[in-house]
Design a protein around this ligand. Structure first.
Ligand code: ADE
Length: 237
């Protein structure tokens, strides 16, 4: 079994991986299925870094593989997100208090949208992030002098680029940002009892401008998120 003090970090896309991967010293890469896991030192911490691919299934598989192979002390999901709350700007940071699966819908069955029915019978809609981890991520964002917001992050297998869909997610879940992996990783962490956190940076406003804004700003936002993750790891010393 690996060192249990490792912090697991999961991103979805290569553009979100590059900055963090480039800063890892003595990297060792191991492949499990299609996922590569890079172990090494980052900001004086032992980390295990993986790029899961886009969407909830990729994210869930990667999180399960990471936890089973490396038993990290906590898993942090980072990268970019669409801003849902008013006043959020490109490059701002979002730290999740919790995550929801906004595309979990039981239709005419009538169960509450987003409700997760766990194998042990528990029912939970909001997957609460580890409070200490969320506090530390928030402090790290403040230290980077970036705009930072705390709240619910909504995940689903959909790129939100429609104001109506955006309003629906805000009205139903009170979410401040949307993306496509965080809640799936949170869900798997809950299944394994592993503490988790989500820190994202805003690349677009989840509206009709998003198809242009996302590719324009994804790199700036991804690098902002990576900088805050480095601050967070530094602060763990
Ligand atoms: N990640 C970044 N922007 C997003 C959006 N608008 N919808 C879903 N995921 C995103």
């Amino acid at each position: 079994m690996e060192n249990t003090c490792k912090i697991g970090i999961i991103v979805a896309m290569r553009s979100e991986l590059e900055k963090l991967a480039g800063m890892i010293s003595s990297p060792v890469t191991e492949k499990i299925g299609a996922h590569e896991f890079i172990s090494g030192r980052l900001a004086s911490q032992d980390v295990i870094l993986a790029c899961c691919g886009v969407g909830k299934v990729n994210a869930a598989a990667c999180a399960a593989e990471m936890i089973m192979r490396y038993a990290p002390a906590a898993v942090i999901n980072t990268g970019v997100a669409g801003g849902l709350a008013d006043g959020m700007r490109v490059g701002d940071i979002v730290v999740a208090d919790g995550a929801v699966e906004h595309d979990l819908d039981y239709g005419e069955l009538g169960d509450e949208r987003g409700m997760i029915f766990f194998p042990d019978g528990r029912e939970e809609k909001l997957l609460a992030a580890d409070e200490g981890t969320a506090d530390a991520l928030y402090l790290a964002a403040e230290k980077a002098a970036l705009g930072v917001r705390r709240g619910v992050v909504a995940s689903g297998d959909v790129f939100v680029s429609d104001s109506k869909k955006k309003q629906d997610i805000v009205a139903t879940f009170g979410a401040v940002a949307c993306e496509m992996e965080g809640a799936a990783i949170a869900h798997v962490c809950r299944l394994f009892g592993t503490p988790f956190g989500i820190l994202r940076s805003i690349s677009d406003s989840a509206n009709e401008d998003s198809p242009v804004d996302f590719p324009t700003f994804v790199k700036i936002a991804a690098d902002n998120a990576a900088s805050v993750i480095v601050n967070y790891l530094d602060g763990l010393n």
